[in-house]
Design a protein. Structure first.
Length: 397
């Protein structure tokens, strides 16, 4: 019996205006709209292959080489929605194979270690949904498909697009207008770089799903955030992206990260995602901007202590000059640079000394960052000829 397969890759996205809070848990509808930057897939991506055949006896998933359950409510929701869309096109064309009735084999791999503590659910659900949409040859737009990914994990809907992406919260109770849209493609502002600072954490964080429920239920500040802060910021951030205004974009990004973490602190009992190293990174970024008397770097933190720094390519030497000076050496930062580059950084640093900005080598900060991933804005899900499933057996290669 024929085995049909499809594969796709999907990117990680890091919000610059945070999604935090649900108004409907089952449909995964948010209390506010959000914005993110999609990151390049050379460094961080999920590759998912799917197969279907009349001969398969059960839905099965293999994640990073291990069999995993597909029974989670959210995953079931996604599979059901995709099958419904497929059965609609099968009803219109009797020559199509009845894939909506058949079981699926799904094989998925990340190109980054789970141990790095980077959230992979966004790329994971985006890749899962896109791969099945491709297998089923669904004619629906990426925004339409993003509504299905949203039910898997809210932030996943934004990984359906490259570049700069908004998740419009919508207002319909059935979630039909809560979807991802492109704010601007990667090509509009390709100079955007991102440095992910992996911060060692000694304990597990409150998962984002339960963390945000707790904030919605207990924080007064949260009400202020969703009513009066985010709606205005959402428009301002889209405009800053349209205008390629980094100073504006950076300030809004930093303020929004701080606002989100403030609502976590205002939850009762409070939730702490940032740790001492995270706070040192915040301070360092403000020092860097003060030192150059120009906003060259922005920080943002999700539901954990890792930092993501956004900066423009043209300011990489300035940023690295400062970092190199403060840390002297750091393999994570330095691997992408030649000795020649590093010498140039030292020169850049010497040319702009603002004595009023105090900084010194900080052993704790240096040790607190276990790894640095240098990446940049990237495209949305990509077709690939790579396939993780053996096309004659229907099982992982
Ligand atoms: C802090 O998308 O992981 O990263 O919808 O419950 O799966 P669920 O939550 P998730 O939350 C992400 C929260 C965040 C902010 C963001 O990405 O916008």
């Amino acid at each position: 019996m024929s085995i049909y397969t499809a594969s796709t890759t999907a990117p990680v996205n890091i919000a610059t205006l945070k999604y935090w809070g649900k108004r409907d848990k089952t449909l995964n509808l948010p209390t506010n709209s959000s914005i993110s930057v999609t990151l390049a897939q050379e460094d961080l991506r999920t590759l998912t292959s799917v197969a279907t055949s009349e001969s398969f006896t059960e839905d099965q998933l293999w994640l990073n080489g291990q069999p995993e359950s597909l029974q989670g409510e959210r995953t079931q929701h996604c599979l059901q929605d995709l099958r419904n869309l497929r059965s609609r096109i099968e009803a219109q064309d009797s020559s199509l194979p009845r894939m909506s009735q058949w079981k699926l084999h799904i094989v998925s791999e990340n190109n980054f270690p789970t141990a790095a503590g980077l959230a992979s659910s966004a790329a994971g659900f985006a890749a899962l949904v896109m791969a099945i949409a491709k297998l089923y040859q669904l004619p629906d737009s990426h925004s339409e498909i993003s509504k299905i990914a949203r039910k898997g994990s809210g932030s996943a809907c934004r990984s359906l697009f490259g570049g700069y992406v908004a998740w419009e919260m919508g207002s319909e109770p059935d979630g039909s207008d809560s979807k991802a849209v492109e704010v601007a493609p990667q090509s509009h502002w390709p100079e955007m770089k991102a440095a992910i600072l992996v911060v060692s954490a000694d304990r597990k964080d409150t998962p984002s799903t339960s963390g945000m429920q707790h904030t919605v239920a207990t924080s007064d500040l949260f009400q202020e955030r969703i009513r009066n802060v985010v709606p205005k910021r959402f428009e301002e951030m889209k405009q800053a992206i349209q205008d390629r205004d980094f100073t504006r974009f950076a300030e809004l990004t930093m303020r929004d990260s701080n606002s989100f973490h403030a609502t976590c602190l205002d939850s009762f009992p409070p939730i702490f995602y940032m740790n001492d190293t995270s706070r040192k990174i915040v301070k360092l970024c403000h020092q860097i901007n003060a030192f150059y008397d120009e906003t060259i770097v922005a920080y943002t933190f999700d539901a954990g202590p890792n930092a993501v720094l956004y900066y423009l390519q043209e300011n990489e030497a300035k940023l690295m000059a400062f970092v190199h000076h403060v840390f002297q050496k750091n393999s994570g930062w330095d691997t992408k640079f030649s000795q020649n580059d590093l010498e140039k950084f030292s020169e850049v640093f010497k040319t702009r000394v603002a004595p009023e900005v105090a900084f010194e080598f900080d052993e704790e900060l240096y040790k607190g960052v276990s790894r640095v991933i240098l990446t940049q804005v990237g495209p949305g899900p990509q077709d690939t000829t790579e396939c993780l499933i053996n096309k004659s057996t229907g099982y992982p290669n």
